[in-house]
Design a protein around this ligand. Sequence first.
Ligand SMILES: NC(=O)c1ccc[n+]([C@@H]2O[C@H](COP(=O)([O-])OP(=O)(O)OC[C@H]3O[C@@H](n4cnc5c(N)ncnc54)[C@H](O)[C@@H]3O)[C@@H](O)[C@H]2O)c1
Length: 329
Amino acid sequence: MVKIGILGCGRIGQVHVRSIKALNNAQVVAVADAVPKAADTLAATASARVSTADEIIAAADVDAVVIGTPTDTHFDLIHQAAAAGKAIFCEKPIDMSVDNIRTCMKAVEEAGVTFMTGFNRRFDPNFGHLRARIAAGDIGAVELVSITSRDPAPPPVSYIERSGGLFRDMMIHDFDMARFLMGEDFVRLHAAGSNLVDPAIGQAGDVDTAAVILTTASGKICQISNSRRAAYGYDQRIEVHGQNGMLRAENQLETTVEYATSDGFRRAPAQHFFLERYGQAFEAEMASFVSAVTEGTSVTPGIQDGLQAQILADAASAALESGQPVELG
Ligand SMILES: NC(=O)c1ccc[n+]([C@@H]2O[C@H](COP(=O)([O-])OP(=O)(O)OC[C@H]3O[C@@H](n4cnc5c(N)ncnc54)[C@H](O)[C@@H]3O)[C@@H](O)[C@H]2O)c1
């Protein structure tokens, strides 16, 4: 039984508690939050004690921590947890700075603890199936990958201001997916970004609409399309074009019922947002982390994956700012 401490009882902390409760080889023993009410509520749901982050990290009965606090707190918590020998599940992005992630990586490697980065989309059953078919050679060599990822509505500007920007906060998931599917390093990145959804996002210094093109050394291309708004729900699609065919993972809709009249065919909107769309993925992600802790095996996506996605996010920000493509080392 893996005993877990939850650091941060907000949106994502609650998701992870739900996933852990569904497992029979893991248990939440303690939760911590800067806001006592948030900790009390989640502790009641998890049948766990309320504690502080420091106490959880030091506790003898905690094997692993789930870091679901705001990104700017991850660096210190990772260092503390690694020094205490705890396995670490850390939400994306690990940190806003590539240098800080490298420092965390060193601490994690020196401590020899299990570390998973919260790129939940790798555990989506449809995306996993799509990748397995690429690996099986079903479409031959991959030539073009298109990743569409659009949120139903923008977050509050107060969130945008602390988010590190669209590339580090939102497209980071797509950068990881691009690496997951392409299986080849990217050597060049082009970026475009606009402020079309909410002028307040522009005033906060961010874009709300963006596209990136990534190219590998052999010329394979991945295009990513992001928007902070989609009138029809959370738009999450992937298409992979290869030498012998194409693989496509479509949106999951609120219902599969189709309504047809003489006016035509109507289908439901896409599932609203990440909690609905990636429910299964979050469960599979946590199950995978717990198995790695139990079996002492290495874990994917690890801290190196978090680092590589962040390098691409930084490159996209630089490309947008300069208006020039970025050559990736
Ligand atoms: N994988 C995903 O799809 C996904 C989705 C949402 C958020 N996230 C990531 O999860 C992290 C948290 O995001 P969220 O949306 O859950 O935020 P949130 O604001 O809903 O929750 C964060 C919680 O952490 C608490 N907190 C702040 N500082 C703390 C500290 N030092 N110790 C203990 N608790 C503290 C806050 O009071 C809050 O309750 C971010 O890094 C975010 O990028 C990932």
